[in-house]
Write a protein that binds this ligand. Sequence first.
Ligand code: URA
Length: 239
Amino acid sequence: MKERLQKLISRSGLMSRRKAEEAIRQGQVTVDGRPAQLGESADPEREEIRVAGEPISFSSPVRTLMLNKPTGYICSMKDPQGRRVVSDLLPDEFGRLYPVGRLDYNTEGLLLLTNDGALAQHLTHPRHHVPKTYLVKVRGYLGLPGQKKLESGVRLDDGLTAPAKISNLRRSGRNCWFELTLREGRNRQVRRMCEAVGLPVVRLKRVALGGLSLGELESGTCRLLTEGELVDLKKISGL
Ligand code: URA
């Protein structure tokens, strides 16, 4: 498939899109041996693209990063309905990375993206029970009976939920906030659990996953995981 040269080059991980444009302008980029023009597209499966004489390669290094997903984005690489997708928020030079699991369109917070298929599979496999913590704001107040239900298991239309943990419960006017830690990941699980105890969710943000926490990462930005975080993540996911 044809793609703009500067995009292809940055997707290969060699340099940013802007630097690739500069390289094209400076005549360092060739397509099948002839100097490329800015704005030109090429098909890397049919044409040989070189930068400063070196062919570009798409066997990109294994990368895992954390994104603070804003609301209003879907966890997908492309959306047929034209909605914004999380991959729009990633710099091209990270290459193609895939979301690990999902956060709803209206959920924000910690989302991992990776090109490490084994890691993604282990993290999302129900057998590994990787804990996920959500900061939840609901309309109404979570009393002791509701808290006990959420913690011991709520009956949803796809069965009883596994034990969960509630912490940092606090009231704020007509709403309340708490943190909910789950070890399973069913579709819209937090929203459905809260609805089952009569509390509609008004805001939902994932703040931790495995041993990782979102920390001060700004909404809409991402960062690569550190070596230490990767080691811990692999351990917790059973790899
Ligand atoms: N639970 C939900 O209800 N939504 C999410 O996005 C994640 C967990």
